[in-house]
Design a binder for this molecule. Structure first.
Ligand SMILES: Nc1ncnc2c1ncn2[C@@H]1O[C@H](COP(=O)(O)OP(=O)(O)OP(=O)(O)O)[C@@H](O)[C@H]1O
Ligand SMILES: [Mg+2]
Length: 433
């Protein structure tokens, strides 16, 4: 939908995408002001906050917003703190100087106006701001997004960074699904808004969590929006679950989906992040689809067997991530954790770690969890219960991993750099950014 008839494809791709949000008459006036300017493409319009929220997920370069569509300051503030483009906000005539100042402090806000705004006069500045942001985004990659503080609160109320955890190994049957489900359940139990995504084909989550095979990932892929995701979810207590594929054919289609397609796994994660999840756990499969999960993650849990074969498979998996997929994901070196699963009389953690480091030729990421081999685990899953709730040994084994990933102290490890916390007050509400 190009809004400039003479525009060619390249110009359209270069054009700054704009989301207009306001009352219908306001939208018409703003649209007319920008439609004649080839530097802009009015990609979307929204006339109520819900609609705006779902459209913000697509990350338009510029947001022109009439705050009058919001019933009050709180939701306006929440949406603006989550947006990372350049926002121009029109406040009602009655807005105080103080209110204007506090909106202006929100990082994305480039201009605050009262009563009226002249888009034609502002076009040059809007274009420059959007270009500068594109430049900054390109050099910073998507790091800023992944390190973006979330609304989720860790124990004790401290803010926790967004965690997108891929639980993975190239080896099959090592306990990826078992650990992913229990880890996600534990995050939700700690009060973090958490989404667990199954990616198997056919997926094991419905079987072991007592869910229905539908809705599932296919339903989200058919309607890849925030609304579509909500409709595709099932619940296990406070944990939201998106079941994986019902068959290998639908998985095969997902494998050939480009990573930037709306129905891709990275876009699913982005949508979920903007919906407010603080933790997203991906049960990454041992198939080629794992690369999509890794591309979306900022944290990797490698599930390993405590044996020499386990060492070899896990070092190989680690190499795949840090060497072969270098530059194609956002998992920093400190964001990789090893969980030894089904420990017992076999290789101890120290021995395992030494062997892995020797094979890699440098220190291997730390073993943060040793989860015992417990017959109750399989029994629990057969009975559609969580091993965490029936086996103390299993629960004790998983706890250090959950602490490392979901406690505010542990949360600092994989974030690189942008943890400088800043807070400001808006309409009397203190907000951390
Ligand atoms: N700590 C444990 N103690 C006992 N049994 C376990 C443990 N962890 C996993 N299992 C059992 O091992 C089997 C495989 O586990 P799981 O399905 O989690 O592995 P996976 O890596 O997801 O497999 P796949 O590669 O097929 O997806 C299951 O039957 C599960 O009950
Ligand atoms: Mg599995």
């Amino acid at each position: 939908m190009w809004n400039h008839p003479g525009m060619n494809l390249q110009q359209a791709a270069d054009a700054v995408t704009v989301l207009l949000a306001g009352s219908i008459p306001r939208l018409q006036a703003w649209y007319t002001a920008l439609a004649a300017d080839a530097r802009f493409r009015v990609a979307m319009q929204a006339s109520d906050p819900q609609d705006l929220k779902s459209k913000l997920v697509t990350s338009p370069d510029v947001l022109v917003l009439d705050a009058g569509i919001y019933p009050g300051p709180q939701p306006l503030l929440e949406d603006l703190t989550r947006y990372h483009g350049a926002a121009y906000v029109l406040l009602p005539m009655e807005a105080s100087r103080e209110a204007m100042d506090s909106v202006a402090q929100i990082p994305c806000v480039k201009g605050v106006y009262k009563g009226e705004m002249n888009l034609v006069g502002m076009a040059g500045e809007m274009y420059a701001a959007a270009q500068a942001q594109r430049q900054a985004r390109m050099s910073a990659g998507m790091e800023a997004l992944w390190n973006r503080p979330q609304s989720g609160m860790g124990a004790g109320g401290a803010p926790l960074g967004l965690r997108v955890v891929a639980v993975w190994n190239q080896a099959g049957g090592v306990g990826k699904t078992t650990i992913a489900t229990n880890l996600a359940y534990e995050a939700a139990r700690r009060g973090l808004p958490t989404l667990l995504v199954g990616m198997g084909a056919p997926d094991d989550l419905p079987l072991i969590l007592g869910l229905k095979p539908e809705p599932n990932l296919n339903h989200w892929r058919a309607n890849p929006t925030a609304e579509g995701l909500k409709l595709a979810l099932q619940k296990v207590d406070t944990l939201d679950v998106l079941a994986g594929f019902p068959d290998v054919l639908s998985e095969a289609r997902a494998i050939t989906t480009p990573l930037d397609a709306p129905e891709s796994i990275p876009k699913l994660v982005l949508t979920a992040a903007y919906m407010g999840y603080a933790v997203i756990v991906l049960d990454a499969p041992p198939t080629a689809l794992a690369s999509a999960a890794l591309a979306a993650a900022n944290t990797l849990v490698l599930v390993a067997r405590p044996s020499l074969e386990g060492v070899m498979r896990t070092v190989e998996a680690y190499r795949t991530v840090v060497e072969r997929l270098a530059g194609e994901h956002h998992i920093p070196a400190a964001g990789v954790y090893v969980a030894l699963n089904r420990t017992g009389a076999r290789m101890g953690a120290d021995e395992w770690h030494k062997a892995a480091s020797a094979l890699l030729g440098r220190p291997f990421p730390p073993v943060v969890a040793q989860i015992p081999d417990e017959p109750k685990v399989g029994e629990a899953q057969d009975g559609r219960k969580l091993p965490l709730n029936v086996s103390d040994g299993f629960a004790r084994g998983v706890k250090p991993l959950a602490d490392a990933l979901f406690s505010p102290q542990g949360a600092q490890a994989p974030q690189n750099g942008s943890n400088g916390k800043k807070s400001f007050e808006i309409f009397g509400v203190r907000v951390k950014v």
